[in-house]
Design a protein. Structure first.
Ligand code: PLP
Length: 633
């Protein structure tokens, strides 16, 4: 089905098989494929229900290769004299499985890591990197952070401390005196560029950016390092103008400016030889290949070409050697490898339905008789006019009710009739492909609300926080035309817990085409491209914990479930909010004991309740009672 645009945003990793199921390939044009529905059924047989995060480590590897190949091609094409090395920013997804999988492939090209906090650095110091790869440290640092960097250098890592604030230099110079009898870290400086990025993270660049040194501060760092006799430590110039940079023109401008700063510093007899162009390579989430927020108007190859060519041009112009290009791409490497699969639990009723069939008689108020008449005679010719009439009658209905002139039963009848007219008007508008605003709004009001077993705040926080779009696709029934227009409601008690914006090639869709729910049959959907930022920024809202997780390897026979990590259980979720299991059990038991003492419960009943309560400590925080829609539709 072209409807979901898989071929636009899937980067060759996703497709639909003959059974109508979503499949995943380990790399573009690879004949091997895993059927996601089969994986979910297999996991269900093992007691692992939805929601479940599926990790496909091979996609991470493929992205690393894609990036490495793109730069290798550009370096050859433009006869660039320096190398290219990546450092993966751990903050994008610090999960051990992700970082270790990255390092397995990355070490072949001397790609390293970037850490932005003491905890990330702590983890990185123990991870196996190739000897020539770098460990770049960004973010604000105290003396302890910087000392850990010196210890890292002593342990044999090629550490670069990037100075974000002048005060960090004081710590560096002091510690250099203490640690100078062994290998020392290198120093980098982050420059605040005049050039800005494009897209949601535009504010990360420009003169008012939170991070980076101004030109005078850079000169001051150089002066102080020279004065302290430590200028040989200054090896790297870094900039980062934001994540998800949608527009290649802006990237080129920033590189031009940064390369010029690099060249000028180099000309000051500073032995700088690493130019770190930050992260920001965008992922085309909607497949539109535009500078729109959730897209990118360039490919990896175009990005690499622009970076390499621009740096070369500036360096030749300034007559300085070509630096090694360091790149901190995170989103581009990790976004594709993870998807959240979950079940639609039910449909939420939002319009008034007649629970009892309504009967109209001559004694009914005039407004009801007129609404009933509209309902009977609405047609493809008059639906616009009748819809507007119905709106007026509804206002009248409420005015009469507020004046005490009609009964509660009359009001109920009127509401049912009004929504019946709306539904019919909406059907005619659909048939006639009416795109006027009135019916757009009505369509949104009348669309199905699919209650979906997940938390937006846990699994796609960027959708809630910054309207980031993620592709969403059913994992089965893809050989059947969907018949419903729907939005997704999550299971948190928060009206912001909805997904009501969807990827589209030309615009943002307000509704998603999905299949009608069949009683007794599960309906599964996947939210894709969630491997970057979402997992690690997700929150505990409503104490929904981590979903179940499975690591999938795609092989000649389909798939292999390599690892299953059960999601957070209720006990772990309450502990995150600092409740103590023992105290909770004790508290519940005490309350039951009081009831038993007062004779309101027998001892056996009390025991049963206590046992039940205590056994629930291991429940999944998500809905488990049947992953099938319960309502007859
Ligand atoms: N480097 C730095 C300094 C960052 O702040 C970020 C994130 O914004 C990145 C690298 C990673 O960016 P991206 O994931 O867009 O490649």
């Amino acid at each position: 089905l072209e409807l979901y645009g898989i071929e636009n945003w899937g980067a060759g990793y996703f497709d639909i098989n003959r059974k109508g199921n979503l499949i995943v390939r380990p790399s573009e044009n690879d004949p091997r494929a895993a059927d996601v529905k089969e994986i979910i059924d297999d996991l269900a047989r093992r007691g692992i229900g939805t929601p479940v995060l599926l990790r496909f480590p091979q996609l991470l590897t493929s992205q690393v290769r894609k990036l490495q190949r793109a730069f290798r091609n550009s370096i050859r094409e433009f006869d660039y004299q320096g190398a290219h090395m990546c450092v993966y920013p751990m903050k994008v997804n610090q999960h051990r499985a992700v970082v270790e999988e990255y390092l397995r492939e990355a070490s072949r090209y001397d790609f390293g890591l970037e850490a932005g906090s003491k905890a990330e650095l702590y983890a990185a110091l123990a991870l196996e990197q190739s000897p020539d790869s770098l460990l770049v440290l960004n973010g604000f640092k105290d003396e302890e952070f910087i000392e850990m960097a010196f210890v890292g250098a002593r342990s044999g890592k090629r550490v670069v401390i990037v100075i974000e604030k002048l005060s960090e230099l004081d710590h560096v110079l002091r510690l250099a005196d203490r640690y100078e009898d062994g290998p020392m870290p290198m120093v980098g400086i982050r420059v605040k560029l005049y050039s800005k990025g494009s897209g949601r993270w535009e504010k990360s660049g420009g003169e008012a950016a939170k991070f980076g040194l101004t030109t005078t501060e850079i000169l001051e760092v150089i002066r102080r390092m020279q004065e302290a006799g430590r200028i040989q430590m200054l090896r790297l110039l870094h900039f980062h103008i934001g994540s998800q940079l949608t527009d290649i023109k802006r990237i080129k401008n920033a590189i031009k400016e940064a390369a010029r700063v690099y060249a000028k510093i180099r000309q000051m007899k500073v032995p700088i030889d690493l130019l770190d162009v930050g992260g920001g390579m965008a992922v085309d989430y909607d497949g539109s290949r535009t500078a729109f927020d959730s897209s990118a108007n360039y490919t990896a190859q175009e990005f690499a070409n622009d970076v390499v060519y621009t740096i070369k041009q500036v360096c030749e112009d300034e007559n300085v050697p070509h630096p090694t290009i360091i790149q901190e791409s995170g989103r581009f490497l990790t976004a594709y490898h993870a998807m959240l699969v979950t079940n639609v639990q039910d449909e939420i009723e939002t319009v008034v339905e007649d629970i009892q069939p309504i009967e109209i008689d001559d004694d009914d108020p005039q407004v009801i008789i007129e609404l009933a008449d509209l309902r009977e005679t609405i047609s493809a010719k008059n639906y616009r006019e009748y819809y507007h009439d119905a709106l007026e009658h509804r206002d009248e209905l409420f005015t009469l009710f507020n004046l005490g002139l009609i009964s509660l039963e009359d009001r109920a009848k009127g509401e049912v009739l009004f929504w019946d007219v709306c539904e019919r008007a909406n059907r005619f508008a659909r048939q006639t492909e009416d795109v006027s605003e009135d019916f757009d709004e009505l369509r949104r009001l009348l669309c199905a609300k699919y209650l979906t077993n997940f938390s937006v705040f846990r699994s796609v926080p960027d959708h809630w926080a910054i309207d980031q779009l993620f592709p969403i696709v059913p994992i089965h029934r893809l050989n059947k035309q969907p018949t419903e227009y729907a939005t997704l409601c999550d299971i948190t008690c928060d009206s912001d817990g909805v997904v009501d914006k969807f990827v589209d090639l030309h615009d943002v869709k307000q509704i998603l085409e999905l299949h009608a729910l069949t009683p007794g049959e599960p309906y599964y959907i996947a939210i894709l491209l969630v491997g970057a930022y979402q997992e690690v920024m997700g929150s505990n809202h409503n104490l929904f914990g981590n979903p179940n997780e499975a690591h999938i390897y795609i092989d000649d026979d389909g798939y292999l479930i390599k690892k299953v990590i059960p999601g957070t259980n209720v006990g772990e979720a309450v502990e995150r909010a600092h409740y103590d299991r023992g105290q909770l059990h004790e508290g519940f038991r005490r309350r039951i004991e009081q009831l038993v003492r007062r004779g309101e419960l027998s001892e056996a009943q009390g025991m049963e309740l206590v046992e039940y309560y205590e056994s629930r400590i291991n429940s999944y925080t998500y809905l488990v009672n049947g992953s099938t829609p319960s309502r007859r539709l």
